[in-house]
Design a protein around this ligand. Structure first.
Ligand code: NAP
Length: 233
């Protein structure tokens, strides 16, 4: 798959490198093409190195790693069969204006969070804003965990693969997001339509606030069997 990333920062590096390892090609984009090009070269080189996950899967042939390129915002938006939005909230409007109308009808993965957990507007999600501004089929994903988690190969804790909630309305875009989650060694979890993305963003803001305060945010939730009566799947 050709994956474009609007952004050439930490999230672009972490997730883009994982998808290169899975055999996808990636184009990143930032404000400075020389800096983005240097990062793309490092990502390609890193993705070609062996990982714990690759060496533990004896007998399984790892896919040939993909190649990372760098381009302008508009070049990346045009290149991607799926486009991930990974810019800071402060730059969101400018970047999305620069890519119009290339995202219309495309799967768009939105990983953004509010600039600070205290600055989140609960009335409206960044994901819905991105959908309105681009006409893309937005899926909110990957915003709940720190970038270091997305560098893990794979993100597994106590033997349990990380679950990644997805909020979106369009089935092809959701299927694309599920593939990208699975490529990391994680488990996709459907979190409802795009209207619920504001809850996912609010959850991130709340959890990040706990983590910043030094609390074990994972400990605030009980295991499934203690979560009350609910229909079984
Ligand atoms: N880091 C995390 O742990 C984490 C986890 C989950 C979600 N997120 C979210 O993911 C998004 C990206 O985070 P990140 O950690 O990758 O950030 P980052 O390393 O700071 O990279 C941000 C990207 O946004 C671009 N950018 C920043 N300000 C801009 C502006 N005013 N106009 C245009 N572009 C601008 C930067 O451009 P340049 O390349 O030119 O600098 C860079 O490419 C954010 O919304 C963040 O909240 C981050």
């Amino acid at each position: 798959m050709r994956i474009a990333i609007l952004g050439a920062g930490n999230m672009a590096d972490a997730l883009g490198t994982q998808w290169l390892r899975a055999g996808h090609d990636v184009m990143i984009s930032g404000r400075d093409l020389a800096r983005s090009t240097a990062l793309a070269q490092r990502m390609t080189a890193t993705a070609a190195l062996p990982t714990d996950a690759a060496s533990s899967r004896a007998g399984v042939v790892a896919p040939r790693p993909g190649v990372a390129l760098a381009g302008t915002w508009a070049e990346a938006a045009g290149y991607g069969e799926v486009v991930m939005v990974a810019v800071m909230e402060t730059g969101l409007h400018d970047v999305l204006r620069a890519v119009e109308p290339a995202l219309r009808g495309k799967p768009v993965i939105d990983v953004t969070n509010a600039v600070s957990p205290d600055a989140y507007d609960v009335s409206r999600s960044l994901a819905e804003l991105i959908a309105e501004l681009t006409g893309g089929h937005v899926v909110k994903a990957f915003n709940l965990c720190h970038v270091d988690v997305w560098r893990m190969t794979p993100p597994v804790f106590d033997g349990r693969p990380l679950a990644v909630p997805l909020c979106g309305d369009e089935e092809h875009a959701l299927a694309t997001a599920r593939t990208l989650v699975t490529d990391l060694g994680c488990t996709p979890v459907y979190g409802g339509g795009l209207g619920r993305a504001k809850l996912l963003e609010a959850t991130a803001a709340f959890m990040i606030g706990l983590w910043i305060g030094g609390a074990d945010a994972q400990a605030v939730l009980p295991p499934l069997e203690r979560s009350g009566a609910h229909p079984t799947a």
